[in-house]
Write a protein that binds this ligand. Structure first.
Ligand SMILES: [Zn+2]
Length: 391
């Protein structure tokens, strides 16, 4: 009798869990703060309307994953492009993004504000936003920054992989001891125009300077947890807590090499050989469009040598921040299409976000917190940046 009762209870809770999941999925806003697809529009004629067996975002997979909003990353890596190309390359990618959204207007719409995101999400389309990765892209001019804001850029990462005139990068030499005076002025200017300040990629001291200088909460658009995976690109607990104290949010990066230090070791050991092979293919086949498939083949070969990292590790990173800083201060910033295919198992592309909803439910999170983590925390920080702007 007891056994019967127990199995009945198990059955019942499975039914209610499935009901709860379906209810959540009906209108949850899933928002990713960092996806790097736009350069593929420019370089490879990649089209969002088609379903692909490579890269991580297109409309058919986005629909499967119930993705509701994306901050698309615009960038030109300082090491990959000559300085005179940083600005034109960024504008080219941003223009390509706007055109791609217009072409697919039945499925997506450009969002200029937090209120836009909510309206577009309600209409059943994807809200697409744009961001700029690295202060080196604005030619050291706050007017260029202002122009980018008018073109739709809603956050700028203060520095990318290299230290610039504004901020020390966490993967380069420290020359400013955090933010320079110019960098602090830049943060104030971003507050004035209502652009979010992104503190991913910059040194710990630079993050603390940005938090102290900024009137509005800041965002780390794609950063994971150093206490779990002690590598340079991840954020230590005291910095996470400082971002949270000011109302900000840390969006977890899905890069398998960032989530797991063992995967990182293999990635770093292989990177010089991988990059050399890619460079040779690109040089030898400059005018051959098949070169991109060859590049992906090289990326796949090296990815296969990395230890497999489950999407459950990603959930641990989320849980860590929720535990030390609160569920209001963690969100998603996959870095999809910017991680050279090094994705976690079970979270291979944008069709997979629902497994995170299920995972958070299993970990005991309530619906309100799941909604915040899956998207609303980023909307809150964007709205706060808008409210801090000079009227
Ligand atoms: Zn990045």
């Amino acid at each position: 009798m007891l056994r019967l009762l127990l199995s009945l209870l198990v059955c019942l809770s499975a039914v209610t869990a499935q009901d709860r999941y379906e209810r959540l999925m009906r209108d949850i806003l899933i928002f990713d703060a960092h996806i790097d697809t736009p350069r593929y529009f420019v370089d490879e004629g990649y089209r969002l309307a088609d379903e692909h067996g490579y890269y991580e975002l297109d409309i058919p997979r986005m629909k499967k994953g119930k993705l509701g909003a994306v901050l698309f990353g615009i960038y030109a890596q300082p090491g990959d492009y000559a300085p005179q190309l940083w600005l034109p390359r960024s504008i080219e990618c941003l223009e390509a993004l706007h055109r791609e959204i217009k072409t697919n207007r039945a499925d997506m719409e450009f969002a200029w504000s937090a209120t836009d995101i909510e309206r577009i999400h309600k209409s059943g389309k994807l809200a697409a936003l744009a961001s700029l990765e690295g202060g080196h892209l604005i030619a050291d001019s706050t007017r260029v920054l202002g122009a980018f804001h008018r073109l739709g850029i809603r956050y700028m990462t203060l520095a990318h992989f290299k230290t610039n005139n504004f901020a020390d990068s966490m993967t380069d030499v420290e020359v400013h001891n955090g933010l320079s005076t110019f960098g602090k002025d830049l943060v104030r200017e971003m507050n004035r125009i209502g652009m979010m300040v992104d503190v991913s990629h910059i040194s710990d001291k630079a993050v603390l300077d940005a938090v102290e200088t900024s009137k509005a909460p800041v965002l780390a658009s794609h950063s994971s947890v150093k206490a779990i995976s002690p590598i340079a690109r991840n954020m230590p607990d005291e910095v996470i807590k400082a971002v949270a104290r000011k109302g900000g949010v840390i969006c977890i990066n899905f890069h398998a090499g960032y989530l797991d230090p063992k995967a990182y070791d293999v990635y770093m050991k292989n990177r010089p050989a991988r990059d050399q092979e890619i460079k040779e293919v690109l040089a030898m086949r400059a005018n051959d469009p098949s070169k991109w498939e060859l590049v992906r083949g090289i990326q796949r070969k090296y990815y296969a040598q990395m230890p497999k990292v489950s999407y459950k590790v990603l959930l641990q990173h989320i849980d860590h921040i929720a535990k030390i800083a609160g569920p209001d201060h963690v969100a998603l910033g996959s870095d999809f299409d910017g991680v050279s295919g090094m994705v976690p198992v079970g979270m291979e592309d944008v069709s997979k976000y629902p497994v995170l909803v299920k995972g958070l439910m299993e970990m005991g999170y309530n619906d309100t917190d799941i909604r915040k983590i899956m998207g609303l925390n980023i909307v809150r920080v964007l709205r706060a940046a808008e409210e801090a702007a000079e009227k």
